[in-house]
Structures are given as C-alpha cells and as structure tokens.
Design a protein around this ligand. Structure first.
Ligand code: RAM
Length: 523
C-alpha cells in the first residue's frame, strides 16, 4: 500500500530571512579517508569473477576505485557492476526481484564502463554501506581487471572526538547498544539530520525530534538542530503548516506531504532546543510558527474534546473495522504517521500526541510570558484530557480504544501515557494491561518502540524498559547490525513497509535513541 501525498501545483511558501539563517548554520562536513579490506584472495579478474570489500563498520561517503590490469593492453572497456550493502546479506540479493511501491532508484548499485586502465574512478554518488561488491561483467580475451584498492571518503557533520562522555556502564551489551546508536546518529548527521543516509537522505521532522534528543546527550551539535528548525520554518505549506519533510539539495523546498503528528512535533522540538540552549533568537523567531501548528490541529477538535475527522479530506481516520478500509484512498491516509504498522488505528495515538505537544506549547508560552496563550493551552489540555478519559478509555479493561471499531493497540497506550492523561499509578496499570494482552498491533519501527520505552520509564517501569532495550535493539546487534534499522519486527525480520526489504534503510536515525534513554534515565 502506497503512502504518498501528491498535491498538484504545490508551491511551498518560503521565507528568505529564515532560510538565510538556516544557510548560515550549514556545517562543514568532516572527512575521513578509509581503505576497504579485501574479502578473499587478491587476483586479476576476468569476466564472471567477483570481489568484495569490507570497510569494517557502516560508512557514509564517496568511493574511489583504484583499478589496473594484467595481460595485454586493454583492447575493450572493462564493464563492472557495483553493489553497496549496509548488511552482508544484501550482497546476495537480486534487485530485479524487487516489486515494492517505493522507488527502486534507492537500491545502491551501479553499472560502469571503464574505458582506460589504470584508472582512479571516483563515483559521484554518496553511498551508505559497509560492504562493496564488484562483479566483472566483461573484460576481453586479452586482459584481466585488477582492483588494487577501494577507498572511501567518509563524511559526517561530527566525529567521534566530538562525543561528550562515554556511557557509564559495565554491561557489555548496553555498551554495544550505545556504540551502535551513536554510530547510527553520526552517520545520519550530514548537512541536515537525515532520516537515513541510504534512504530518504533528507530531513523528516519525526526523525529529527529523536535525533535531537540523542544529540543533546552525545555530540551536542546545537547548530545543526537550529538549522533544521529554521529549514522547517522557512519552507512551509502556503497556509502555514509545517511540512513532514524538506528537500535541501539545491533550492530548499518543503515536500507536499503534511503529517499532523509530525507538524505538532515542531513544538516539543523547539521547546527542547530552547531548554538546552536558551537561544532567545530562535525562540523569538519560531514561537509563532510553533503555536500556529497547534491552532491548525485544534480546529479539528470537537466539543467533546476528541479529535474528529477533518473536512475536505484534510485527514481521515482508519476505522480498522472494515476490511480493505486502509486501502481506500484517504482511508488509512498518510495524514499522521505513528508507525509503519498501518493496521494501527491512529486516532487515540494522535489525541495523545496533541496533548503531549500542548504541554510543551504551555512551557513555551510561559517562557514568553504570553498570558493569552497560557490560558489557551491550559484550556485545550483540560478539554482533550477530559475527552480522552470519557470517550477513548475503557474503564473495565483499563486501556484506551481508538477509532469507531474501538481498536486496542500498544501505540495508543504509549502515547496516552506520554500525554499524562492519567497519573503515574494508573499509567502503570494501563501498560500492564496491554502487556497482559500480548502488546497487540506490533510496533514495526524502533521509532514507535522508543515511545513505548519512554512510556514505560515514565510510568515507573524501568526494568521493563530495560528488557525492551536489550531485547529489541539487542536483537538487531545479535543479527549483525553495525547501525540500527529503520524497521524491525523480531518475528519477521524481512518485514518492510515498502513491499520489499531491499529498499529498507539499515542506518536509520530514529533508531538511535538508546543513546538518549540510557543517559537520560538512571537505570
Ligand atoms: C520514511 C522516512 C522517515 C519517516 C517517514 C514517515 O519514508 O524514512 O524516516 O519519518 O517515512
């Protein structure tokens, strides 16, 4: 099922002053040159031969092939196929078998003619990989190809030397989880906080929020967060909405996708950035835009204090009761993200996210001593909490329900706990009730798992959270992860929201949060 938004003739509204500030904060990337280790013996290659290189860890950068030949003077071009793999398994996959809905253009492979040897071929694209595989498709009867070396100029806005402090723990698995989290974050910190350096290689707000949290505990690169805030503020929908993601190659341009939860996250992002930095300029520049995101969503709240379906297809909930409902255009809709498990009904989670964001809006309003806003935020929180308790809570079962079909999912509980609809004791009971039900509607992403973990911690269930961190992130390590993955279902590791795991990203920033959780909360 495709999740794309296409708005014909879409023109974002760009603010040159804000974009100028974003531009001035663009980082100078740090470059480290590395040489790959040859896997297997060194030999001259003829048609049909293959060679693989291992760069020892996940890298993001520009690759140069150092090539020569053996035999007579080359009388024909060498023709090779290159494959870049984030995990070893990917080298054995056949991209012609990919049938998903997201572009196959993301699969990292190239076919190349080399007309002259020896040669140093620097590939123009940036790749995300640990392994490189070279297949020789043609040489000639008179010569063989030699791959003398493969080098990579690895790039990132930060380096390991910028790390503030190592994690204080004696637990080897936690140390490893932390290192892999930090590597994931570092490799996604480029010109902007990218979601994944293989795919989509751009700035998404849901991802940014979690990256920023982990960054505050590790690299502390405040300018990059500020730059990203200004990019979202500087290129928006014409009606003021913050876009779900921004293109920054060439002209800065907001994508024509609005995700209501992502737009709301602009608020906690700004509040947390301000709490870290006390950057008054950013607060003054961006406060109004943050509040606007709340106002836009609040227009869709009914008198009963529950978020209702939007008019004119602004958004639309999945009912979850009707088979095929999610397939209907605008049905499941990409109106709000929550998680890549599209079976999850999003209404309750979204209600939780709105309350959660309002609590941050209140903090910002207090900082600005904006009495009118303070009153509005308090009123809205009260209304929505009441709505959540009265309309979306099943007292018998001690769980929140979502949508017309009153679906009970783990995501709904996690977000309502984070929204602090109830007190800590009740929140704990809610999370226990959902565990007893076997955590229905599995969370497909480390992104949603993060929120579940934080909900556990905030309701006083640290041990349980630790089990999740070790069990879920630890499982990826057990399966060979050098960086954490975009989606992961331990029951079905090949699961992909895109219809094929070949386009999954295996270094995805939103999965880096153990580095934050393990430092923020004392375990
Ligand atoms: C994926 C991106 C990103 C996420 C969105 C919703 O395509 O990779 O991580 O924020 O979807």
């Amino acid at each position: 099922m495709a999740n794309v938004s296409i708005i014909e003739g879409f023109q974002p509204k760009n603010d040159p002053v804000l974009l100028e500030k974003a531009e001035s904060l663009k980082p100078e990337l740090k470059v480290t040159t590395l040489t790959g280790s040859r896997m297997g013996e060194e030999k001259a290659l003829k048609e049909g031969d293959q060679v693989r290189f291992d760069f020892g860890n996940h890298q993001v950068g520009y690759v140069t092939l150092h090539l020569s030949h053996q035999g007579s003077h080359p009388d024909a071009p060498a023709f090779i196929k290159l494959k870049f793999a984030e995990r070893a398994e990917e080298m054995d996959e056949d991209s012609s078998e990919y049938e998903g809905w997201i572009s196959r253009g993301w699969i990292q492979e190239e076919w190349l003619h080399i007309d002259q040897l020896p040669a140093e071929v620097r590939l123009p694209r940036r790749y995300a990989f640990r392994y490189i595989q070279i297949d020789v498709l043609a040489t000639s009867l008179k010569y063989q190809l030699k791959v003398d070396r493969v080098t990579c100029e690895a790039v990132s806005a930060v380096s390991m030397e910028d790390l503030s402090e190592p994690l204080q723990t004696e637990d080897e698995l936690l140390k490893k989880i932390d290192q892999v989290s930090i590597r994931t974050l570092m490799n996604c910190m480029q010109d902007v906080f990218e979601d994944g350096p293989k795919r989509d290689r751009r700035l998404w707000i849901g991802d940014l929020r979690l990256q920023a949290k982990a960054n505050y505990k590790t690299f502390k690169n405040y300018d990059l967060v500020k730059r990203c805030l200004y990019l979202f503020a500087g290129s928006r929908f014409p009606d003021g909405r913050v876009s779900a993601n921004i293109f920054t190659d060439g002209e800065v341009e907001a994508d024509d996708s609005y995700l209501a939860d992502y737009a709301l996250f602009f608020v906690p992002l700004l509040a947390e950035y301000y709490a870290e930095t006390k950057d008054q300029e950013a607060l003054d520049d961006l406060y109004g835009i943050a509040m606007e995101q709340i106002d836009i969503v609040m227009r869709q709240v009914g008198e009963d204090g529950v978020v209702k379906d939007g008019e004119n297809g602004f958004w639309c909930f999945i009912d979850g009761d009707d088979e095929g409902d999610a397939e209907k255009e605008g049905g499941n809709g990409f109106w709000c993200f929550i998680d890549w498990n599209n079976e999850i009904n999003k209404q309750a989670s979204f209600q939780g996210i709105l309350i959660y964001s309002l609590r941050y809006a209140l903090k910002l309003a207090q900082e600005k001593q904006d009495a009118k806003r303070i009153g509005m935020c308090r009123g809205a929180i009260e209304l929505l909490v009441k709505g959540a308790k009265e309309k979306l809570f099943d007292k018998e079962e001690m769980v929140f329900v979502s949508g017309k079909a009153r679906q009970v999912s783990t995501a709904s509980q996690a977000w309502m706990v984070l929204a602090q609809v109830f007190d800590q004791e009740t929140n704990r009971k809610i999370l226990r009730a959902i565990r007893e039900k076997g955590l229905p509607y599995h969370m497909a992403t480390p992104y949603m798992m993060h929120h579940y973990c934080e909900a556990l911690i905030q309701s006083g269930e640290k041990e349980e959270a630790m089990k999740v961190i070790k069990g879920y992130w630890g499982k990826m390590i057990e399966m060979g992860a050098d960086t954490f993955w975009e989606t992961f279902n331990p029951e079905d590791p090949e699961e992909s929201p895109y219809g094929g795991s070949m386009v999954n990203s295996y270094c995805h920033a939103w999965s880096c949060t153990p580095a934050y959780l393990l430092r923020e909360y004392e375990f």
